[in-house]
Write a protein that binds this ligand. Structure first.
Ligand code: 6PG
Length: 249
């Protein structure tokens, strides 16, 4: 493991090993949070990387040891599509995880991808404020993120006005066609999480991972702006993604 301003970095042989470490961390953090406060709040991401983690969490091994009744699932972002759509982040998690575990329906706090993004972001913002209570920024126990080759994370893309959002908890993201519009958690929410976990896999992420972990301009990328206020930041990466890092043995 290496550590620094960019967070702790753990390098694994492959996506399977990285996902197992993430599942173990999910179990440990959920166990501690539920013991202390009877609930564990997690925000999930989309993309291809977390699919293996979601399947593992939905497998017999983790299904049985996690106290699902206490787990509350939110999303870091969602695409503006109905929940049955192949691009839906809800669908990704539902297929491999949510439908496999005894999670009460009221514990699933999905973003309304079927609505227009402005209204969906506002509804999601209200749902979070109601759930977490108070006027402070919510503190998720765990936020699971990925990083795109352009340095985006959740649906915060380079140059996006949402990067400057300090008031709203969720923001609409309007993409140029043919990309799908989205809704994303804003940086204050990501940065207030108790534990932020990036999952990064594959050779094509080598350049951006080096920029984000060892570059001098990491703040120019949305993923580099994820800097916890009080919590911890951890990167689980595989050796293909880590190939260009200098400080990893
Ligand atoms: C999404 C995401 C997005 C994703 C990155 C990495 O819904 O697309 O939440 O931020 O995490 O694009 O995606 P991969 O895991 O596919 O590399």
């Amino acid at each position: 493991m290496i550590g620094g301003a960019a967070g702790q970095v753990r390098v694994f042989h492959d996506l399977e090993a990285l996902s197992r470490a993430a599942a173990d961390l999910f179990f440990t953090l959920s166990h501690m949070a539920i013991a202390a406060r009877k609930k564990f709040t997690v925000a999930l991401s989309g993309g291809s990387t977390p699919a293996t983690l979601y399947s593992l969490l939905g497998s017999d091994e983790y299904r049985e040891k996690i106290t699902w009744q206490g787990v509350h699932v939110f999303w870091a972002d969602e695409r503006a599509v109905p929940k049955e759509h192949p691009e839906s982040n809800y669908r990704l998690a539902d297929t491999s995880l949510l439908s496999k575990v005894p999670l009460p329906a009221g514990n699933i706090h999905r973003i309304g991808g079927e609505k227009e993004p402005q209204g969906a972001a506002q509804d999601y913002d209200e749902e979070m404020r109601q759930f977490f209570g108070g006027t402070q920024v919510p503190v998720f126990d765990l936020v699971i993120l990925g990083a795109g080759e352009d340095g985006h994370t959740a649906s915060l893309f380079p140059g996006s006005t949402s990067l400057n959002e300090h008031v709203r908890l969720a923001a609409p993201v309007f993409m140029d066609l043919p990309n799908i519009d989205r809704v994303t958690l804003t940086l204050p929410v990501l940065n207030h999480a108790a534990h932020i976990l990036f999952l990064v896999s594959g050779e094509k992420k080598g350049d951006i991972l080096r920029e984000l972990l060892e570059g001098e301009h990491r703040d120019t990328y949305p993923a580099g702006l994820v800097q916890p206020v009080k919590g911890s930041l951890e990167w689980l990466v595989d050796k293909d993604a880590a190939a260009l890092l200098q400080n990893v043995g």
